[in-house]
Design a protein around this ligand. Structure first.
Ligand code: AMP
Length: 422
C-alpha cells in the first residue's frame, strides 16, 4: 500500500471547512487592505532561493527539495514565498507601477524537515508583501493585517514578538560583538552553533539546544547597535503599533531563518506554546530586490503557516462554517429510471440547484442512506410507479415526509436554497 510521503498530509473533505475558512479570511483581509493576489510556479531556478535565503541558512543547506530536470537545469520546490514574488516583481516590470506594490499569495511550501506536530515537509502559507517603500508605517500595516487576520478567525491568546536586526551599515558591528561574546562559550556550543559562530553568527540566537542557552540569553542585543536610520525606523514603528493598539514584546533573540531580513523582524506566537510553534512571521528585506538584480527597493512581508493556524483553531474549538452539501439527491430504481434520473440531475444543475446522484445499481434503501449521510435536504425518487405516471417522489429528508409530484412541476418547485412549499 502506498502512503502519502512522510511529512505530507491529505486534506480530506472533513477538514476542508477549516481550510476554506482560513483561506477565506486571508483573502478577505487582503482585499480589504488593497493587496492583490499573485500565484507563482511551484518550482523555480534553485539559484533564486540560494541567492535570496542565503547559502548558510538551514533551509538552503539542509531543507530544499532540489532536482535536476531533464535538461540538466537545477530546480527547487518553493521553500518560502517571498523570493518568487520578488522575482515576479522584477520580471514583470512592477517597479514601473506606483509604489509600494502590494501582493498576496496562498501556496504550498516544501522543506525537508524532521516531521513533528505542526512541522511538515509540505505545508501551506498565506503571505503578503509590500514592495517599494521604506516607511515604517508599512511595517505597521503589515503587522496590523497579521493581527487582524488571527483575530478575525476567532483565535485568542497570541502575542507579537518584535525586533530590529539592523542593516548592512550597522549589523557588522553587532556581529563582531556577538562573536566576541560567544567565543568564550565555544566549547559548550552545539555542533551547528560552532559552525554558525564562524559562518552565520546571527543565527546563534535562534538555537534551541540547552547547551547554547547560557550564551544566547546573555548575548548583546541588536537594538543597542542600530545606526540612526534603523533606530529611528524601529522607534517610529513602535509608536505606530501603539497607535494601532497592537501590543508587542521586543524580543532580542528573534532573528528568523532567512539572511535577507533587515531592520524589522516579527513573529506571532500562541501564548501557551514553545518556540517551534509560531503562527506566522515576517520582516523587512530592503536589500533583496537589489540582490536579485533590481534597483534598490525596500520591502516588507509576512507569512502565516495555514496548518499551524488550523491546529490552533481546533485546539480553541472554533467552529468553521460548514460547506453546504448539494440540496437535492436523486435516487432511482431500475435501468429506465436511471436514464430519467440522469436527465433530471442535469436539468436541476442547469438551474443552479446543487444536485447529486449515486449512479451504479444500489438498492433504494442504500441510496437513501447515502442521501442522509450527505445531508441533502431533498431527495427525488424515481421508482416503477413514478416511471409509469411521469412523476417523482419528493422526500423532505428533515421531516421524513414525502409526496408525489409531476416531473414537470418538480423542476419549478425546487428553487436553490428553498424547500418546496406543499
Ligand atoms: P517562515 O517561512 O519560516 O517564516 O514560516 C512562516 C510560518 O510558516 C511559520 O510561522 C509557521 O507558522 C509556518 N511554517 C514554517 N515551517 C513550517 C513547517 N515545516 N510545517 C508547518 N508550518 C511551517
Amino acid at each position: 500500500m502506498y502512503k502519502a510521503p512522510r511529512g505530507t498530509a491529505d486534506i480530506l473533505p472533513k477538514d476542508q471547512p477549516y481550510w476554506r475558512y482560513v483561506e477565506g479570511k486571508a483573502v478577505q483581509i487582503c482585499q480589504l487592505c488593497g493587496y492583490q493576489r499573485i500565484d507563482t510556479p511551484v518550482f523555480e531556478d534553485a539559484r533564486l532561493f540560494v541567492r535570496s535565503i542565503g547559502d548558510e541558512t538551514d533551509i538552503v543547506k539542509k531543507e530544499m527539495y532540489t532536482f535536476e530536470d531533464r535538461s540538466g537545469a537545477n530546480m527547487t520546490l518553493r521553500p518560502e514565498g517571498t523570493a518568487a514574488v520578488c522575482r515576479a516583481y522584477l520580471e514583470h516590470g512592477m517597479h514601473n507601477l506606483p509604489q509600494p506594490v502590494k501582493l498576496y499569495y496562498i501556496s504550498p511550501i516544501f522543506r525537508y524537515e524532521r516531521p513533528q506536530a505542526g512541522r511538515y515537509r509540505q505545508h501551506h502559507q498565506f503571505g503578503y508583501e509590500a514592495i517599494g517603500d521604506l516607511d515604517p508605517a508599512l511595517d505597521a500595516e503589515i503587522i496590523d493585517m497579521a493581527w487582524q487576520f488571527y483575530t478575525s478567525l476567532g483565535l485568542q491568546g497570541f502575542y507579537l514578538k518584535l525586533n530590529s536586526i539592523g542593516c548592512p551599515k550597522c549589523r557588522p558591528k553587532y556581529i563582531e560583538e556577538l562573536r566576541r561574546h560567544y567565543t568564550p562559550y565555544r566549547g559548550q556550543l552545539c555542533r551547528d552553533c560552532q559552525i554558525r559562530l564562524v559562518k552565520n553568527p546571527l543565527r546563534l540566537l535562534d538555537c534551541k539546544q540547552d547547551s547554547c542557552q547560557p550564551a544566547a540569553n546573555s548575548a548583546p542585543h541588536s537594538v543597542d547597535y542600530l545606526c540612526n536610520e534603523c533606530s529611528d525606523h524601529f522607534n517610529r514603528l513602535q509608536r505606530y503599533l501603539d497607535l494601532l493598539e497592537i501590543p508587542f514584546q521586543v524580543t532580542h533573540r528573534l532573528v528568523r531563518g532567512f539572511d535577507y531580513y533587515t531592520k524589522t523582524v516579527f513573529e506571532i506566537q500562541p501564548e501557551e506554546e514553545g518556540a517551534q510553534s509560531a503562527l506566522g512571521g515576517g520582516g523587512r528585506y530592503d536589500g533583496l530586490i537589489e540582490e536579485l538584480g533590481g534597483r534598490p527597493t525596500p520591502a516588507i512581508g509576512f507569512a502565516a503557516g495555514i496548518e499551524r493556524v488550523i491546529l490552533n483553531i481546533k485546539k480553541q474549538t472554533i467552529a468553521a462554517p460548514l460547506i453546504s452539501p448539494p440540496d437535492v439527491f436523486v435516487a432511482y430504481v431500475g435501468q429506465e429510471a436511471k436514464e430519467k434520473a440522469l436527465k433530471l440531475v442535469a436539468q436541476l444543475r442547469k438551474r443552479g440547484i446543487g444536485t447529486t446522484a449515486p449512479f451504479g445499481d444500489k438498492s433504494l434503501r442504500s441510496q437513501l442512506r447515502q442521501a442522509n449521510a450527505l445531508g441533502a435536504s431533498q431527495t427525488l425518487i424515481i421508482g416503477e410507479e413514478e416511471m409509469q405516471t411521469d412523476t417523482v417522489l419528493l422526500r423532505d429528508m428533515m421531516k421524513g415526509e414525502q409526496r408525489r409530484e409531476a416531473l414537470e412541476s418538480v423542476l419549478n418547485l425546487l428553487r436553490k436554497g428553498q424547500p418546496p412549499s406543499p
